[in-house]
Design a protein around this ligand. Structure first.
Ligand code: GDP
Length: 312
């Protein structure tokens, strides 16, 4: 991946806000209770949450004892080890191509970066010459549909975009029933020999109807169209909302049994610790992280790289 190095520096740049209060901790003169207290405060400030913070502190103290470390600067490396190990279970790539087609349902509250992330993901799939059908199941928001179409058809804004053996097309119906649009899209995906069907769902409804009920219905309808689907239920969360992101992971996971996360806006957040909280309290795999608004700013998640970037 040619953009990998550039991405890492952007992540580091972004997480500087999270890491700045942490960095100060290691410039203390000795390893004592005051250092650990300051570290605890910095971790909590970074939205690491009480449970993950407690876990990290205990794990770190053990590492300090076992390695007989006496230099505060060396504690930083040990914290990178602790954090990497905690985040490791979140590290899992999204696998495509085991089904005909792979059906992905993408959920998340408005503003989280759902449409942008789907666009970025679709571009990756197109570059891998996959045949992709998008279901614009957010039938209320005309903007969401239009934005999807723009991402899908960047080139000329009309018709299907083709790249080698791959292509991207979109199924939509303004004001239609979201579940019906999704059902049609899965069936069309099967009929057209697609590799991937992506259902973009609403993040807020104009009626009193409960969002989770609507999403559960869409999930049921996908299973009706293809018995082993959906293969992926992806939640897009805004990493910049910190502990709020964890609350969303819990709520959506309880209702829909998530298979993966896309954590956006990790460029420039002071709350990067939330990934540790997710790892400790609701470890749903992080397929991708968003570190900016450009196409190449959707990257696979690496626990160690993230821990290093956070503490660099
Ligand atoms: P949706 O309502 O969930 O579909 O959210 P959108 O995809 O429309 O994104 C909301 C805003 O967040 C837009 O201005 C995006 O450009 C921005 N955005 C999305 N992902 C990222 C990211 O990783 N980093 C930054 N800085 N902005 C992002």
């Amino acid at each position: 991946e040619p953009s990998r190095a550039g991405w890492l520096s952007r992540l580091k740049e972004g997480l500087r806000k999270t890491g700045s209060s942490l960095a100060g901790v290691f410039s203390r003169t000795k390893i004592d209770d005051a250092l650990y207290e300051e570290l605890e405060e910095a971790l909590l400030l970074a939205d690491t949450g009480v449970k993950a913070t407690e876990f990290l502190l205990e794990d770190l103290k053990r590492r300090v004892r076992e390695t007989r470390t006496t230099e505060p600067q060396a504690v930083k490396g040990l914290l990178v080890d602790s954090l990497s190990e905690l985040l490791k279970p979140l590290e899992r790539p999204l696998e495509i191509g085991r089904h005909d087609p792979t059906v992905m349902m993408v959920v998340g509250v408005n503003g989280a970066g759902k449409t942008t992330s789907i666009g970025k993901l679709t571009r990756h799939l197109l570059e891998a010459e996959q045949k992709v059908l998008m279901a614009a199941a957010d039938t209320f928001r005309a903007a969401a549909r239009e934005q999807l179409a723009v991402w899908a058809q960047r080139a000329d804004g009309s018709g299907v975009q083709v790249q080698g053996a791959g292509w991207v097309d979109i199924v939509s119906q303004q004001g239609g029933d979201p579940a019906a649009v999704t059902f049609d899209a899965v069936n069309a995906g099967k009929a057209r020999g697609c590799d991937v069907v992506i259902a973009d769902t609403a993040g807020r409804l104009p009626t009193q109807l409960h969002l989770m009920e609507e999403l559960k219905k869409i999930k049921r309808v996908i299973t009706k169209a293809q018995p082993d689907a959906p293969h992926e239920v992806l939640l897009v969360v805004d990493g910049n909302t910190g502990q709020n992101a964890l609350t969303q992971v819990r709520a959506f996971d309880d209702a829909l049994q998530l298979t993966g996360l896309i954590v956006t806006k990790l460029d420039g957040t002071a709350k990067g610790g939330v990934l540790a909280a997710i790892a400790r309290e609701r470890p749903v795999p992080v397929y991708f992280i968003g570190v900016g608004e450009r196409l190449e700013d959707l990257q696979t998640f690496s626990a160690r790289e993230f821990a290093q970037a956070l503490l660099s």
